[in-house]
Design a protein around this ligand. Structure first.
Ligand code: HEM
Length: 521
């Protein structure tokens, strides 16, 4: 009789144990999920910590690019940092870039509402400062009317003319190679004229035109005022309510942009009203579609300003680096010129159609762009909703920064990354497709990525190719012993490209002068 409970206990024990184990398992799983969920909402990627309120602002150095890169080496390919109230995440790996900024482009394509750069200077417009949404789409579509493949290709003769003007002026100035010249201001005016042609259908006649200085001042001032982590009042909102020097400076820059580029639009409007002819260009298109697209003055003024700010120092700095690099690498220069002689010959100038056959020239361009990105940290993208990635929480409003410095100096991808070596690109295919390839295979990231990728790529590609291939075709560029090139200065991301170098530009053959004279200038 007494054995019955014992028997049932014995038979019941495994059953009870099973139930207990199941409950415990459920509890464990539930707790883990709850913990994970909590972690998802709080666990940011690792990164350096700063002070309350100011974050890392007091610890940022003048060479921000190298500092950001050194933290990437310490904290990994996705790390976070706070400057004031703004959370930044730095992305240094092409696959993470693809996952976040391309695959999830609908989430990571906005911009921060930055007090000085976006609100004060650009009035939250000009494409580059606009939040992701219908207004940005509209402005980008309007910009594309002159930047799309067909329009840029149709206008290529204007770029060719500018390249010829630059060659002719350098020949005259250097007295056919007898004296040293500083080509850098000519590279600047070349970019400026290309942007003026596409935006206003006009150009400057000489580097001494005061407009050249003005345009470059505006561009430089924009860079000086709008560093991505430079201004404390961008990050500590209370400072936006007290008068401060940077606000006055950015406000003055905004007024100058409206006065200068907005003034050119107004001139064109007056001409149109008087029935005078105006050239085909972005400003004309914007004036024509103003009512239909619901654009106000500021929309138009900031859109044309964005062109003159975005397309000036960017292409110019690549061409300036080219001059310095060719002089210190005469062997590379010679190899490109041999290629030009065999593909193009000496009786005509290189044209866009030659690009795919000029593999070494293309490799030089890609290598300059890899080593000398004009915007190493690009323009940050902002997220417009919370997101969880690889267990890390990325809250809405995070600013995502592309660390192209790390990606373009990755020793696995580019052995001896600090050596200038066009040869590393000889195996990769021709030119334009390099920019559009899948993200992991891209030659470089200088134009950014995803939905905010630079809309001026094709124009910039054409400008850079025509300037560089024609310069190589026309001149042997030589160092002048009295004025050695400081190539280190070009590799230091904290310094702008030196505006002054003196080199000899010797025409490569007798026909150069005749052909340039005969070409449209
Ligand atoms: C070598 C030359 C150039 C470089 C390296 C360059 C680079 C860049 C980069 C990194 C961005 C930000 C992309 C992103 O947010 O992911 C950008 C945006 C932009 N670029 Fe360029 N750019 C160049 C030439 C030009 C030219 C010639 C134009 C002519 C109009 C231009 C107009 C713009 C505009 C309007 C934006 C804003 C796009 C947006 O926010 O949706 N850029 N560029």
């Amino acid at each position: 009789m007494t054995s019955i409970p014992l028997i049932s206990l014995t038979t019941l024990t495994p059953f009870v144990l099973l139930i207990c184990a199941t409950i415990l398992l459920f509890l464990a799983l539930y707790t883990r999920r709850a913990m994970l969920a909590r972690r998802d909402r709080t666990t940011l990627p690792p990164g350096p910590t700063g002070l309350p309120i100011l974050g890392l602002y007091p610890f940022l150095t003048r060479n921000l690019i190298l500092q950001i890169d050194s933290w990437a080496k310490k904290y990994g390919p996705l790390y976070s940092l706070k400057v004031g109230n703004q959370l930044f995440m730095i992305v240094s790996d092409p696959l993470i870039v693809k996952d976040l900024m391309v695959t999830n482009g609908a989430i990571f394509s906005s911009r921060r509402d930055v007090y000085l750069r976006s609100r004060t200077i650009l009035a939250n417009r000009g494409i580059t400062a606009s939040q992701y949404g219908p207004e940005w789409r509209k402005h980008r579509r309007l910009a594309n009317t002159v930047l799309n493949t067909r329009s840029v290709d149709q206008g290529v003769h204007r770029i060719e003319v500018e390249a010829n003007r630059m060659i002719k002026e350098l020949m005259v100035l250097g007295q056919g190679g007898l004296c040293a010249v500083n080509p850098q201001p000519y590279a600047g005016r070349y970019s400026l004229n290309n942007m003026l042609e596409i935006t206003f259908g006009t150009h400057t006649e000489t580097i001494n035109d005061p407009f050249v200085e003005k345009a470059f001042w505006l561009s430089k001032e924009f860079m000086m005022c709008s560093g991505i982590m430079a201004n404390l009042s961008d990050f500590v909102s209370i400072l936006q309510h007290v008068p401060n020097y940077m606000y006055s400076r950015c406000n003055a820059l905004h007024r100058e942009l409206v006065l200068t580029y907005g003034g050119m639009v107004k001139d064109m409007e007056r001409k149109t009203q008087r029935g005078e002819p105006v050239p085909e260009c972005l400003a004309k298109t914007l004036i024509q579609v103003r009512e239909q697209e619901g654009l106000d003055d500021l929309d138009i003024h900031m859109l044309v300003s964005a062109f003159l700010l975005g397309g000036l120092d960017s292409t110019a700095s690549i061409i300036r680096c080219f001059f310095a690099l060719m002089v210190v690498h005469p062997d590379i220069q010679r190899r490109a010129q041999d290629e030009l002689d065999s593909v193009v010959g000496r009786s005509r100038l290189p044209v866009i159609k030659d690009a795919n056959d000029l593999r070494y020239v293309q490799a030089i361009i890609k290598e300059i762009e890899r080593c000398h990105n004009p915007f190493w940290l690009c323009t940050p993208h902002a997220s417009n909703q919370d997101f969880t990635y690889r267990g890390y929480f990325i809250p809405k409003g995070t600013a995502l920064v592309l660390n192209t410095y790390a990606m373009q100096h990755d020793p696995k991808r580019y052995p001896e990354p600090f050596r200038f070596s066009p040869e590393r690109y000889l195996e990769s295919p021709g030119r334009v497709d390099s920019t559009y390839k899948t993200i992991g295979d891209k030659d470089n990231w200088i134009f950014g990525v995803g939905r905010r990728i630079c809309p001026g790529i094709r124009l910039a590609d054409h400008e850079i190719f025509l300037a560089i291939s024609r310069m190589l075709w026309a001149f042997k560029m030589e160092e002048v012993p009295q004025s050695p090139i400081d190539i280190e200065a070009y590799s230091d991301p904290s310094k702008g490209n030196p505006q002054e170098i003196y080199i000899k530009m010797v025409p490569r053959h007798k026909k150069v002068a005749d052909i340039i004279d005969g070409a449209v200038v």
